[in-house]
Every structure is written in C-alpha cells, then in structure tokens.
Design a protein around this ligand. Structure first.
Ligand code: PXP
Length: 239
C-alpha cells in the first residue's frame, strides 16, 4: 500500500487570509503525523501566498516522517532548499495566476535546464522528484535528468467526467508508474485525490507516496485533522 503524505498548504492559506498567526500549519502537520501520516508536504510559492520560509524551517525541525518541499525550478528556491535540506524536493511548474499547480513539468521541453537543476540539488545531497504528467516520454526524460523520483500528476484522472474517461486516465497513470518502476525511479502520485477517487490510484502497484492536500484539509476544517487523516488512511489501506 502507498504511504500517505499530507500537504498542509491550505492551513496556511486560511492563516494568510488574515495575515495572522492562526491556524498554524506546524500544528496541522503534527496532528497529521500523530494520526498516521507518513510525511508532510509544503509548497513554498514565489508569491508566498500560503507557506512561508518560517513554516518550512520549523517543519524541518519537527516533522518525524518525510518532509517534501515542492518548489519551482528557480535559483531562489534552489538556494532555499540547500539551506533547508528537506528529505526530498519536488520540482513543480509555477505560474502566479494559477489556483494550484495545473500541469506537470515539461521535462521533454526543459531537459537541459532541468538536468542542471537536478544536478545542483543532488550535489547538495538533496533527493529530487519531478512532478510530471502520466506520459512515457516525460518519465524517460526524468531518468535522463537523473531525477531520483517522479510524482505522477493524477489531475486528469480526478477531473474525468465519464467512467470511460476515468479508466483511460487511470491506465495512463498505471503505465507511467510501471515504466518509472522499471527504470528504477521511486514513483509518487498526487493532485486532486479525494476520499471518493483515491482508492483506484492506491491500488496501482508501485506507488510509494500519495501526496494529498485539498481534500484532507477541507475535511479537517469540519471534523478535525485526526479524523480526516485516519479516514483517508482507512480508504488507502482497505483491500
Ligand atoms: N502534488 C503536487 C505536485 C502539488 O502541487 C499538489 C498541490 O499542491 C498536490 C500534490 C496536492 O494536490 P491536492 O491539494 O489537490 O491534493
């Protein structure tokens, strides 16, 4: 069964709505880990719309499981990651106007640039994952860039409007995961996963981490983090 890593960005989104001190994503991360989460994910965005440097720095000290820093492939973020030393980073594309990360990084188009970024991070001792669409060419290029891991973007599966569309997207994920495994990449998956749609992705063999944010945090605001995480774990771990 895959591990569950909880993205706590949206606790910080609520805090930043008032530019105050609460709710604190650190407390949310601690509660998520106590409820059984295997790791914590945060995305330090260029505009600091939710997570801030202070959050990452405290999380680095207190997270017991894995800390995964999502970041754009920029000089500023490379410098920050080298100081922070998370367990691994995930390179994601970033546009200011987007509501959330909208697509995977195009490793096919950006191979040379990404090769350098991956090199710089790995040289500093940081494991590197690249967030990619479920596409065999993207997986192969991630290997060429010497990434340690890929995170397969599950968004198109989660947005499919028909059963047939959903099956097609699930198959694309399955193929990308299998290829990643064959090419010795550690494979994660995430984006748009919910209590309703996670089961089929969790059943795909070869996925190490499921990274889930919005759905868990949404439920946590109503029933509490403990129940929200435990219910997600029950679904992921149920046969
Ligand atoms: N994986 C990546 C790379 C992401 O950028 C995000 C969103 O921050 C997620 C997973 C989690 O997506 P969601 O919030 O839809 O669960």
């Amino acid at each position: 069964m895959p591990r569950l890593c909880v993205n706590v960005d949206h606790i910080a989104t609520i805090r930043e709505a008032r530019k105050t001190f609460e709710p604190d994503p650190i407390a949310a991360a601690m509660l998520a880990e106590l409820a059984g989460a295997d790791g914590i994910v945060v995305h330090l965005r260029e505009d600091r719309r939710h997570i801030r440097e202070r959050d990452c720095e405290i999380l680095r000290k207190v997270v017991v499981g894995t800390l995964n820093l999502e970041m754009a492939p920029t000089d500023e973020m490379i410098k920050f990651a080298k100081n922070l030393m998370p367990d691994h980073i995930t390179l994601v594309p970033e546009r200011r106007e987007e509501l959330t990360t909208e697509g995977g990084l195009d490793v096919v188009a950006g191979e040379d640039y990404l090769k350098t970024i991956v090199f710089l991070l790995k040289e500093a001792g940081i494991k590197v994952s690249i967030f990619i669409d479920p596409d065999v060419d993207q997986v192969k290029k991630a290997v060429k860039c010497k990434a340690d891991m890929v995170e397969i973007h599950t968004g198109r599966y989660t947005e499919a409007k028909t059963e047939e569309g959903s099956q097609i997207e699930l198959e694309r994920i399955r193929i990308a995961v299998a290829l990643g495994n064959k090419l010795n990449l550690i494979v994660h998956a995430g984006h748009g996963l919910t209590y309703q749609n996670v089961r089929k992705v969790a059943r795909i063999p070869g996925i190490v981490d499921l990274n889930i944010g919005h759905s868990i945090i949404s439920r946590a605001t109503l029933v509490g983090m403990d129940e929200a995480v435990r219910t997600m774990l029950d679904i992921i771990n149920s046969p």
